[in-house]
Design a binder for this molecule. Structure first.
Ligand code: GDP
Ligand code: MG
Length: 195
């Protein structure tokens, strides 16, 4: 059902006439409380009154961004903590993403350790696939409560062969860069396949 709106009477006819080669399904995963929904809300433009042409379907958000002069539609899934639906939701999440944002809180070491576990699970679920992943250290505004250093986050990303960024949903730092970054990661892989 994520695809529903892609073919519907979207206000942006350019996007709907394309064969969705520029649509990416990006999945937020990480421990509860790290800020996934807060990041999703910023993505959805909840906080900006002018530019909020985002479609919301439950815990799925769709928005088109311009990145490096080329448009990209991100369908963002924030359903990892939805336990009402049972465990299948997590299996589903592990299967359907074109790209993943593994989020932890820099103020919570357990969430950082959880992020490593999730990276391993993801690798297991999607063996052989080179999936774009960004490791996201959120809550960077909470400097006095920091439990995970920038260096540790970066080192972890090196081990996991993925990108790394620290964000703050609270003060909206690096959030735009995060979503642009994941588009670039998907494109890098797409472009290297075309060669
Ligand atoms: P989720 O469970 O991963 O979806 O996390 P939420 O987005 O619901 O956030 C959990 C709590 O952390 C909420 O009280 C948020 O206001 C708070 N929070 C989220 N991101 C940040 C951040 O960047 N900085 C600070 N200080 N608080 C944050
Ligand atoms: Mg949430």
């Amino acid at each position: 059902y994520y695809r529903r709106s892609w073919s519907s009477e979207s206000s942006d006819s350019v996007i709907s006439s394309e064969s969705c080669s520029n649509c990416y399904r990006v999945v937020l995963i990480g421990e509860q409380g790290v800020g996934k929904s807060s990041l999703a809300n910023i993505f959805a433009g909840v906080h900006d009154s002018i530019d909020s042409d985002c479609e919301v379907l439950g815990d799925t958000y769709e928005r088109t961004l311009m990145v490096d002069g080329e448009s990209a539609t991100i369908v963002l899934l924030d359903m990892w903590d939805n336990k009402r639906e049972g465990e299948w939701i997590r299996d589903h999440c592990m299967k359907v993403g074109d790209a993943y944002l593994i989020v932890y809180s820099i103020t919570d070491r357990a969430s950082f350790e959880k992020a490593s576990e999730l990276r391993i699970q993801l690798r297991r679920a999607r063996q052989k696939e080179d999936i774009p992943i960004i490791l996201v250290g959120n809550k960077s505004d909470l400097v006095r409560c920091r439990e995970v250093s920038v260096a540790e986050g970066r080192a972890c990303a090196v081990v996991f062969d993925c990108k790394f960024i620290e964000t703050s949903a609270a003060v909206q730092h690096n959030v735009k860069e995060l979503f642009e970054g994941i588009v670039r990661q998907v494109r890098l892989r797409r472009d290297s396949k075309e060669k």
